[in-house]
Design a binder for this molecule. Structure first.
Ligand code: PLP
Length: 391
């Protein structure tokens, strides 16, 4: 059975061109980039070319790009080093962050006594900029604000330019987890004064195990992995040359096609909204995810009007790969923090969230299959409800 893949916020399939570029490196560029002979220097050149390419996309300098193993490592490195090396004593964040941010912040609170202030999102999942401004003003402590750009479960977009400017005015550092938006949107960091950001190649058809951190110069950030002088001593360890080349190829492909991919995926997302609204009575959409201008176009968070914790499994048996929330929490028995923040108690008890996430490879026929699969499950619940009412 051909799988229908609707879990692109968890990860994306590798592009053929990315695989070819990586295999070529694995076969031919095995030199260690730190070696001074020509094989080593050829590998080094491959890495520096990708660094320049990333820097051009973000309109920053190549020295501000540090290759890492993933989004999790980039976020860990930035947040931990802000405390260890930049004198941060207070972190302002939100309960909607990815676990690699929220657990890192929690760890710093427990181990280092860092003060943590949580901005409470409203029922649409939005953070109040006014509340942030207020919180920023009422402390003398050196502060890091860490707020994600695009939420991985509901797709809500944060105005990172506004937040970055506010942080600057208040002398606070600003980190944004940009793992879901990187490559999918124009990000001009010469205009957005963010201090730190993160990227993971597998979110845009690149390889897993390859990412980078954007670290604005003069922030004083240092690495947390010590060892050799790789990546300007900010991330010791022999570089993942083929992973970095794969990231570069995936970024090139995505940027060359960004407008056509975005337009196509928006059309698919609108189609999914229309079909689900027509065929599933009582369906709702979480956060801002059904508002095209306020959410990431790859994510649609659906709220189904019945409780079915097994829905992911049922759809999988129909050949549809999809998550209920984020991939990291969808296997867990605990409800997602994001859903706990935006749903009321009754909704938590009586509904089922489903995250549909698209790519340029998603087709309308796949959306039709999903909608009819969900409609069949919903129909089963309606019959059961009618039987209970008539008993
Ligand atoms: N941040 C966000 C918003 C994510 O969605 C993810 C992955 O799902 C990560 C961070 C972690 O990235 P990685 O899988 O590269 O560690």
């Amino acid at each position: 059975m051909n799988k229908i893949y609707l879990d692109n916020a968890a990860t994306t399939p590798l592009s053929e061109e990315v695989i070819d570029a990586m295999v070529n490196v694995l076969k031919n560029n095995y030199g260690n980039p730190s070696s001074t002979h020509s094989l080593g220097q050829e590998a080094k050149i491959l890495i520096e070319n990708v660094r320049r390419q990333v820097a051009e996309y973000l309109k920053v300098t190549p020295a501000e790009i540090i290759f890492t193993s993933c989004g999790t490592e980039s976020n860990n490195m930035i947040i931990k080093s802000c405390v260890d090396h930049c004198g941060v004593e207070r972190i302002i964040t939100s309960p909607m962050e990815h676990k690699c941010v929220s657990e890192t912040v929690m760890d710093l609170k427990k181990r280092k006594g860092i003060e943590v202030v949580y901005l409470r999102p409203d029922s649409r999942g939005d953070i109040s900029i006014e509340e942030l401004a207020e919180v920023l003003k009422n402390s003398e402590k050196k502060t890091l604000v860490t707020l994600m750009h695009a939420n991985n479960e509901i797709g809500n977009l944060l105005d990172i330019k506004k937040v970055a400017e506010l942080c600057k005015e208040n002398n606070a550092l600003f980190h944004s987890d940009t793992v879901q938006s990187m490559a999918h949107m124009d990000l001009d960091f010469s205009d957005i004064p963010v201090d730190f950001a993160s990227c993971s190649a597998h979110k845009f058809h690149g390889p897993k195990g390859s990412g980078f951190a954007f670290i604005r110069k003069a922030t004083g950030l240092k690495g947390i992995i010590t060892g050799g002088p790789q990546e300007r001593s900010l991330r010791a360890g022999t570089e993942n040359v083929c992973g970095i080349v794969g990231l570069g190829k995936a970024l090139e492909l995505y940027l060359n096609n960004m407008d056509s991919y975005a337009n196509y995926i928006k059309e698919i997302k609108q189609y999914a909204i229309t079909q689900l609204s027509e065929k599933i009575k009582g369906v709702k959409f979480n956060g801002r995810s059904s508002e095209m201008d306020k959410s990431l176009y790859t994510v649609l968070s659906v709220l189904l009007p019945f409780k079915d914790p097994m829905i992911g499994l049922k759809l999988d048996m129909q050949g549809i790969a999809i998550s209920q929330g984020s991939a990291c929490s969808s296997g867990a028995s605990k409800p997602s923090m994001v859903m706990m923040m935006i749903l009321d108690e009754e909704e938590m008890m009586e509904t089922t969230p489903l995250r549909v996430s698209f790519s340029h490879l998603t087709t309308k026929a796949e959306i039709d299959a999903l909608v009819s699969g969900v409609a069949e499950i919903a129909h089963g619940f309606e019959i059961e409800k009618t039987n209970v009412e008539h008993r």
